[in-house]
Design a binder for this molecule. Structure first.
Ligand code: NDP
Ligand code: 2IT
Length: 449
């Protein structure tokens, strides 16, 4: 072990001892510090001020009880969270996740990633994340409303348009944001930009629903450009079938790629002819309105459904994991590489395991980590906040152009900090250092924060 590995292990031992059992948080921190600790060798001012030690400690964690009553009149109880991770460069900003797996460690990993991601967007946003172990699956609209109203009844005292601005994530879309916004407004008697991902008629931005998936496709396009390639004619495997996956399909298809897979937690569909515009409209209706399962796609379009597996066994040129954390392991990475995949762009947060990432980097696969590749969503949330502040709405073209510019700039930042001596870009290193510097400098300037 060299001296830097020693320092990384020592730092991790303290993080693990201080945050026992929070496995995803440990994983996210380790991925970042493997880039940052070597960088600190040449930049000792950050060490002296213990910036890294401070960055792994949330500024504030709020955990609360969320009681609600279901359609049968029975009392239910869930746990609510908001992690206010870092406000050095702006108010806390980040999504809310409603999923039965939600716990403190998962939300701390997401909040930690968010700090770096938000910094990369170039917009003035700190990092936060929140949510609940509430499972929206199988619940009626009325139950979702009752739960979200109770959730917001507590959350409202900790957030605000200049303090902390939540948005959506897994299990939280426009319906949930709507109910939460309504409750916030009733309790506070104010109409402000306290949430993003709002409906267009009540303060939302054009292109916010599409932004994460679109941004991910734009980022893949920039990555491929460095090898003289583009999405045109590429076969693309996408996982998930929610907000991010749907709009990644839309933009990849517009850019000339062919999407051959989609999935949900039960299995994946393989459509070698490609998910075209008409089929995507069917998926959107199926998932966003009927709230059905992805296998129904195969009944309608007569293609293959693979139960209990992820899409990474399918031959493709580009892979875009857009479902959840740790959904792509080292065996999947090996299969993808053997099948000729040249580019992996993460729409989800931390979908690739550390061993999978190492294999991609070793094989010089273009690998775009989530904190860079999926930053288009929160970036467009930032644009929504700006429009709320100036009380004006920009056109679809204006917002999409701004989103595109931001993704191109994030790519440039990754290149600046991640270009290696052989000319390849290590996007993991580039995104981590690029995201770190701005936040660390702000913390130094602000003293004891
Ligand atoms: P949605 O709730 O809209 O969709 C989630 C999709 O992922 C569904 O298809 C869901 O399937 C699948 N999924 C969720 N959990 C699992 C699991 N444990 N195993 C397998 N599949 C799973 O969420 P989003 O599309 O918004 O989010 C997807 C990813 O993108 C997340 O990692 C999120 O953090 C990230 N992200 C989202 C942004 C946004 O703006 N929404 C921005 C940046 C990143 P099922 O229906 O079976 O649960
Ligand atoms: O992970 C993410 O970046 C999001 N879920 C979006 C956060 C936001 O505030 O738009």
């Amino acid at each position: 072990m060299n001296q830097q590995d020693d320092k990384i292990e020592q730092f991790m031992a303290e993080v693990i001892a201080g945050n026992p059992g929070e496995l995803e948080f440990h994983q996210a921190v380790k991925e970042v510090i493997r880039s940052i600790i070597p960088f600190l060798e040449d930049n000792p001012k950050y060490n002296k001020a213990k910036i890294l030690e401070r960055m792994v400690e949330p500024e504030r964690v709020i955990i609360f009880r969320v009681p609600w009553i279901d359609d049968n009149g029975k009392f239910q109880m869930n746990r609510g969270f908001r992690i206010q991770m870092n406000s050095a460069i702006g108010p806390y900003k980040g999504g809310l996740r409603f999923h039965p797996t939600v716990n403190l460690g998962i939300l701390k990993f997401l909040a930690f990633e968010q700090v770096f991601k938000n910094s990369l967007t170039t917009l003035p946003m700190g990092g936060g994340k929140g949510g609940s172990d509430f499972d929206p699956k199988g619940k009626s609209d009325n139950e979702v409303m009752k739960f979200t109203q109770s959730f917001m009844t507590e959350l409202q005292r900790h957030i605000g348009a200049d303090t902390d601005i939540p948005a959506g994530d897994i299990g939280v879309g426009m319906r949930e944001i709507g109910y939460m916004y309504g409750q916030y407004k009733r309790l506070k008697n104010e109409f402000t930009g306290v949430l993003t991902g709002k409906g267009l008629e009540w303060g939302g931005s054009l292109v916010r629903p599409q932004a994460t998936g679109y941004g991910c496709a734009f980022f893949a396009e920039e990555m491929l450009k460095t090898r003289g390639k583009s999405l045109e004619g590429m076969s693309v495997a996408i996982s998930g079938s929610g907000n991010v996956a749907q709009h990644a399909v839309e933009k990849v298809t517009q850019l000339g790629g062919k999407v051959v897979t989609l999935s949900d937690s039960n299995g994946f569909i393989y459509d070698p002819k490609g998910v075209d515009v008409e089929k995507l409209a069917y998926v959107m209706e199926l998932k966003n309105v009927k709230r059905g399962r992805i296998y129904e796609y195969c009944r309608k379009y007569n293609c293959e459904y693979v139960e209990g597996r992820t899409p990474w066994i399918v031959r493709c040129n580009v892979a875009m994991p857009c479902a959840t954390q740790n959904e792509l392991n080292v065996n999947d990475a090996r299969t993808l590489i053997n099948n000729g995949c040249i580019c992996v762009t993460e729409g989800a947060n931390m979908p690739s395991t550390p061993e999978a990432i190492d294999l991609f980097l070793k094989n010089k696969i273009l690998f775009g980590p989530g904190k860079a590749a999926n930053a288009g969503g929160v970036a467009t949330s930032g644009l929504e906040m700006t429009q709320n502040s100036i009380r004006l709405g920009w056109t679809r073209e204006e917002v999409e152009q701004k989103l595109h510019n931001i993704m191109v700039n994030i790519h440039k930042t990754c290149e600046k900090y991640g270009k290696e001596s052989d000319g390849n870009i290590n996007y993991v290193k580039g995104a981590n250092i690029g995201g770190f510097v701005k936040v660390a400098d702000a913390m130094l300037a602000q003293g004891l924060v």
